[in-house]
Design a protein around this ligand. Structure first.
Ligand code: 3UK
Length: 534
């Protein structure tokens, strides 16, 4: 059963036998057949009389739940009444994080549409790929990102309607919304209607779109936040991941709203601006990447961070050195968690009192995790293999053959090499295709990085395997030094000796290149393929 008039998403789901097995074995994972996640995350609080509670803040904006709901309702009216949106249509959302972008997300999903986020830095060429793949009919775009989308426009025949926001000019989304009623009947979708298409931040090949249902959104809220983070209605979330990245969508919008808390959505949440913003908004819960924690650790003294209570890291492995640096600077134990676009959010993590440096944590309630060999057989503790996950959410690519690579035998294979300890902790090694094989040894680049990061001269680093006639590959480190340090032969030798002392000597970087910065994606991930080819 579906409430969608436009059945595109349902028509392009993978065949049922290629889905992961879905498990709903917690009481909080029982969902009704009819479900629109916006009714649960937004309307519910207003219905319960809590509409006056603070909901979302950003540059010059401070909205209560009732105000966000009213704005989302007006946007839903614009989409449906003026732009002919029918349920199941895909709507591209574009903009840096802001309360208005959040209102657009809720407006689309309330109207039964499918929200398709796009990373702010995408170029026309990449936008065209997304519009084609998702057959997007409508776009709501921050006016400051209008140019790139306009260039994408001509080769995109399906894209019939584009409205701009963050501008009051005639015909803008805001101007139209202002003429609409603040009430809108949230479309009564089914639990397994798609509400969200998230494109993966994959580094190679054509982009993949993952399909997530209204039920998946609520399941994500019921697992990691409820069991690990355990926020309260008094919390104020803040952080950096874009809402187009499901790490940001969950961590900065869905999860705070699921408990009646508030969130701060700022446009330029770099490590130089975040500490001041935490102080300004008295934020309690910080959501960002390992590199941002490392970059911020040195700058905390100048700011009043007394409001800060919890810090979440995801997107890349959290090196033990970064955990310690942040703890020394802030007094707070970071909560690490691995999630993926395919599984929507975090499935292995730990709370503050169960942190173990160098490990990602234990499986999040609602999920199952194991480490398997290439044939899919479970491995014993301590053995390195592929991470396999099952739970209430799972991978469903939109019309993509690569479904068979991510899902095998009902398990989601994330592409990560992990080992599990006797007591159930999962220890990240590397992406499976990033393992370095040198002179017959398997070496995980992140382990060498973690060792280098312990050296006081190292600001950031990336370690990859590069071709070598004699050894097949050798370990090469790209190192960004802290200000004032000199990248000469003596420094290279010092770093090599340092690594040999810290971990098994055969893992030391035989080549070291000093550089000014490392290539990263907008989701904060190191682009190893660029280091290998560069
Ligand atoms: C890597 C990690 C070690 C890992 C994401 C939280 O990152 C997210 O989604 P993506 O699809 O990438 C998934 C891949 O990223 N990774 C993420 N977190 C960690 N590796 N430790 C970690 N803590 O390779 C994984 O397979 O971009 C993260 C929530 C939602 C997300 N989409």
């Amino acid at each position: 059963m579906s409430a969608h008039v436009d059945t595109f998403a349902r028509d392009h789901l993978p065949p049922r036998d290629q889905w992961p097995e879905l498990v709903f074995d917690l009481p909080e994972l029982q969902f009704p057949a009819e479900l629109n996640c916006t009714a649960e995350l937004l309307d519910r609080w207003v219905d319960e009389g809590l509409g006056d509670r603070l909901c979302v803040q950003g540059q010059g904006v401070r909205w209560t739940y009732a105000q966000l709901q009213a704005q989302a309702n007006r946007i839903a009216h614009v989409l449906v009444d003026d732009l002919g949106l029918v349920s199941g249509n895909r709507v591209l959302l574009r903009g840096p994080n802001s309360p208005m972008l959040a209102a657009c997300w809720f407006g689309v999903v309330k109207a039964g549409g499918i929200a398709v986020g796009s990373m702010p830095l995408l170029r026309a060429k990449e936008l065209v790929q997304i519009v084609h793949k998702a057959e997007i009919s409508h776009a709501l775009c921050d006016v400051r990102l209008a140019d790139e989308l306009a260039q994408a426009g001509p080769p995109c025949p399906t894209l019939a309607h584009v409205l701009h926001f963050m501008t009051e000019r005639d015909g803008s989304l805001e101007a139209r919304a202002a003429t609409k009623p603040a009430r809108f009947d949230t479309v009564r979708t089914t639990a397994d209607d798609t509400c969200l298409m998230a494109f993966t931040s994959g580094t190679t090949g054509a982009p993949k779109a993952t399909l997530h249902f209204h039920r998946d959104v609520m399941a994500a809220c019921a697992c990691w936040p409820r069991h690990v983070l355990r926020p309260t209605a008094a919390d104020v979330f803040i952080g950096s991941p874009p809402l187009a990245f499901t790490f940001g969508l969950g961590g900065l919008l869905l999860f705070p709203l699921s408990v009646g808390a508030s969130t701060v959505l700022i446009e330029r949440p770099g490590p130089d601006a975040l500490p001041a913003a935490i102080a300004q908004y008295r934020a309690t819960t910080l959501v960002t990447s390992p590199t941002a924690y490392r970059a911020m650790a040195g700058q905390l003294a100048a700011h009043d961070l007394s409001s800060l209570r919890q810090c979440v890291s995801a997107g890349e492995a959290l090196p033990a050195a970064t955990r310690q640096l942040w703890k020394d600077a802030s007094g707070i134990e970071i909560i690490d968690g691995i999630g993926s676009t395919e599984l929507l959010h975090i499935f292995i993590s730990h709370d503050e009192s169960h942190a173990r440096p160098g490990a990602t944590g234990t499986v999040v309630p609602g999920y199952r995790a194991c480490v398997v060999d290439d044939a899919g057989r479970p491995l014993a503790p301590g053995q390195v293999g592929r991470l396999a996950i099952k739970g209430p959410t799972g991978c469903r690519y939109l019309a993509d053959e690569r479904q068979r690579q991510y899902v095998s035998d009902g398990w989601n294979l994330t592409g990560d090499a992990y080992l599990q300890t006797e007591d159930g902790y999962f220890v990240y090694q590397a992406r499976t295709d990033d393992m370095i094989i040198s002179g017959g040894y398997n070496i995980a680049g992140p382990e060498v990085e973690a060792a280098l990061l312990l050296h006081p001269a190292v600001a950031e680093c990336g370690v990859v395997g590069v071709p070598d006639d004699e050894r097949g590959q050798i370990v090469k480190a790209f190192v960004v030094l802290r200000a004032g340090q000199v990248g000469d032969a003596a420094m290279a030798k010092a770093l090599q000796d340092f690594v040999k002392q810290a971990i098994a000597p055969y893992k030391y970087p035989r080549a070291i290149e000093f550089c000014a910065a490392l290539p990263r994606t907008e989701t904060g991930k190191l682009q190893r393929f660029k280091l290998r080819s560069g």
